[in-house]
Design a protein around this ligand. Structure first.
Ligand SMILES: [Zn+2]
Ligand SMILES: [Zn+2]
Length: 177
């Protein structure tokens, strides 16, 4: 004998409401969205089944929307504007430090806004947000801090400019915008 069968009638499990026992430990349930389906009682009780599938669909579309949240908003979320004040250009104020993923010190940002997944470098995104267009050359730092995304100390240049700057700084000079 099975002994006691759980009486789930009218109980709610996530979006499901159990209506009536059908067979083989299954209950006919109605989802908040109106769909009805037979669900195994143990899946209801354990919380494994919470909806007809509409809940998962809504969550994944929310995740998609979050992924294409405007670039500026997602960028700002990941910036700490109270970084160190760089010795080489203190008049430019504190560095803005990228707090999310980094590669060799440079901030990285995943972007899906143009329908495909792109990995952008955060300091180039900073340039884009400040100037409204993507840089055509390398984006370089006066502050020598690769994880800095403060547009006030970013400048466009070639890798050669970068090497020149480094040389000047190593010789004790200051490079200023
Ligand atoms: Zn549903
Ligand atoms: Zn900086």
């Amino acid at each position: 004998m099975r002994g006691k069968r759980l009486n789930l009638a009218n109980q709610r499990f996530g979006r499901w409401t159990a209506l009536r026992y059908t067979s083989a430990s299954k209950w006919l349930c109605r989802c908040n969205c109106g769909n009805e389906s037979e669900v195994t009682s143990s899946l209801l009780v354990r919380g494994t089944s919470k909806s007809c599938g509409c809940l998962q669909r809504e969550l994944s579309s929310e995740r998609r929307k979050a992924a294409v949240r405007p670039l500026a908003e997602r960028f700002t979320d990941k910036v700490d504007p109270n970084g160190p004040i760089p010795a080489v250009c203190p008049h430019l104020g504190p560095c803005w430090i990228w707090t999310a993923n980094k590669l060799r010190g440079y901030g990285l940002m995943i972007d899906r806004s143009e329908g495909r997944r792109r990995c952008l470098r955060a300091h180039r995104v900073a340039w884009f947000l400040a100037h409204g267009e993507w840089p055509t050359l390398s984006v370089l730092h006066y502050c020598d801090n690769p994880s800095c995304v403060n547009p006030s100390r970013l400048f466009e240049g070639t890798q050669a400019d970068n090497m020149y700057d480094l040389m000047v700084k190593r010789l004790g000079g200051k490079v200023t915008p």
